[in-house]
Design a protein around this ligand. Structure first.
Ligand code: 3NM
Ligand code: MG
Length: 513
């Protein structure tokens, strides 16, 4: 009988990383106490006799904890110590030979990089796949670049498809750590069926950690969060109750004063801070990388706006998103003028690869750039083109691609979480005559989304869009508003004056999917 095995947190060892004064067996012991569920002994440079000796020592630990021990590549070592199985790469012993040597009772895992590799491994009877590399890593020289969670998802979806009713099991590996664990697990869920990977495999995040036990425990916590998280469309919520949910999210901001940390552009920084205050939040505009870790514990949501992107802002944004992802704090990304320059497009694609973002908010040109459509373009910071034939479909497509809520602003705003899509038809054309009205919608989403981010970020995003657009309508109707200058001041006033009763009575939303 094959040993039952749990891939939730998979430790791959590297004795080269063991700090002086410690041993690999001690690290494995601590890591298992912290929550590691399966161990692979990987010794790329050891002589056979050293490898065998190390394997025996580590096996004492894994046996004591009743955790399976697999051997990387070396079938002979696995046979010699009667390990629970092996892990083989594409250049190692072929799967069918390994199976013949080890028999059906041993676990055999296979490293795969492509859909073809995955298909071969599944059809060849692999017990699990290690899909890599997720991110760049210092631990192993990669033959190809890292694939990012979306690339891993592509391989995983194919593996699930070819394996039939009982999907093969799989982990991903490469640069995975407690900061990106939730992002990786959410982003790799299959589009059809929403099936998550079985777990994550790490080397340096545990072996090189100051405390392997703490590192493993934090990873386990993050993995559990990701398995439970509703940050992507899972089940369409009971949308008939959406109006009351929007009312609740609106009130939550007034009651709880969320601290909305922004890294935004200096053109709009004052407007965004005032909008945040007017809506009931507490704005913070801290841009330096070195202060993000101190702030993170009190941040309710994080707004990242690339309107005047530069290198030091990028550092601050990375530091802030890394901290937010560790704490599962909602992140709102405003990809201002993505598509207008190569630099911005590149940075946004890096951000979406490396970090979990919970809402993307952009205009039609920016959304087109992110989804790879040529129906719309960006000229400076403005969207140009005749509009999308199917705007709701575009927004849903980007949501499914990035596994987050997507808001596309325009005369009608479209908001999707990949399963449900709404149109918000409130707003006034004077909003388009002042700078920062788009950026302020990012602030509004950030102000409301924190309260519902873990259950229904779509509701938070819709609340922000309805609130800001109603404030625009109310401001435009005021007799003292003569044009953009007076509108700008009145806009903030009307955010401040907006009531829940007005919101519920005047919102014009329509469900499209
Ligand atoms: N295999 P770290 S990446 C052992 O892509 C290994 O198959 C990879 O180390 C693959 O967690 C990798 O320290 C190293 O980044 C992962
Ligand atoms: Mg190998």
């Amino acid at each position: 009988m094959k040993l039952d095995f749990d891939l939730t947190l998979y430790l791959v060892t590297d004795s080269g990383m063991v700090p002086a004064g410690s041993t690999l067996s001690q690290i494995v012991d601590e890591a298992i106490q912290g929550g590691v569920t399966i161990v692979q002994l990987r010794e790329k440079h050891a002589d056979t006799s050293d490898f065998l000796a190390q394997a025996k020592l580590v096996q004492q630990v894994t046996k004591r904890h009743k955790v399976p021990l697999l051997i990387n590549d070396r079938i002979d070592i696995a046979l010699a110590i009667d390990a629970d199985g092996v892990h083989i790469g594409q250049d190692d012993m072929p799967l069918h030979e390994a199976r013949r040597l080890l028999g059906d009772d041993k676990i055999i895992g296979v490293s795969v990089q492509t859909r073809e590799h995955a298909e071969q491994a599944v059809l060849g009877g692999a017990d699990y796949l290690g899909i890599g590399a997720c991110f760049d890593t210092q631990t192993k020289e990669l033959k190809q670049g890292s694939q990012g969670p979306a690339g891993i998802r592509d391989v995983w979806e194919h593996a699930v498809e070819v394996s039939g009713p009982r999907p093969v099991r799989a982990v991903t590996i490469g640069g995975v750590n407690s900061y990106n664990a939730v992002h990786v697990l959410i982003c790799t869920r299959t589009t059809r069926g929403n099936l998550p990977l079985d777990g994550l495999a790490v080397v340096s995040a545990i072996v090189a950690a100051e405390s392997p036990r703490n590192a493993a425990a934090i990873l386990r916590r993050q993995i559990a969060f990701a398995f439970e998280s509703a940050w992507i469309a899972r089940t369409p919520a009971a949308r008939d109750s959406i109006r009351s949910a929007i009312g609740d999210a609106f009130e939550a901001a007034r009651q709880n004063t969320p601290l909305v940390q922004h890294i935004t552009n200096p053109v709009v920084i004052n407007d965004c801070a005032n909008a945040c205050l007017a809506l009931g939040g507490s704005p913070m505009m801290a841009t330096d990388a070195s202060e993000q870790a101190d702030l993170a514990p009190v941040v309710s949501s994080l707004v990242i706006n690339i309107g005047t992107l530069n290198a030091w802002q990028v550092d601050g944004m990375r530091a802030a998103m890394k901290q937010a992802n560790l704490r599962n704090t909602p992140v709102i990304l405003d990809p201002v003028a993505a598509g207008a320059t190569k630099y911005r497009s590149q940075i946004v694609s890096e951000f979406l690869k490396e970090f979990g973002v919970h809402v993307i908010k952009g205009n039609a040109g920016e959304i087109a750039a992110l989804v790879g459509s040529d129906e719309m373009h960006v000229r400076g910071v403005d969207a140009v083109g005749c509009g999308f034939k199917d705007p709701a479909g575009i927004v849903r497509a980007l949501s499914l691609k990035e596994r987050c809520v997507v808001v596309m602003t325009g005369p009608v705003d479209y908001i999707s979480d990949g399963s449900s899509t709404f149109a918000v038809k409130n707003g006034h054309k004077l909003q388009g005559t002042i700078t920062g009205s788009g950026c302020m919608t990012g602030t509004a989403v950030g102000t409301y989304v924190y309260a519902v981010a873990h259950t229904d970020p779509l509701v938070g995003a819709i609340t922000g869009m309805v609130a800001i657009n109603l404030a625009g309508e109310h401001a435009a109707q005021r007799p003292d508003v003569k044009g953009p200058g007076t509108f700008r001041a009145a806009f903030i006033d009307e955010m401040y004056n907006l009531t829940k009763e007005q919101l519920l009575a005047e919102m014009r939303i329509e469900q499209l999917h």
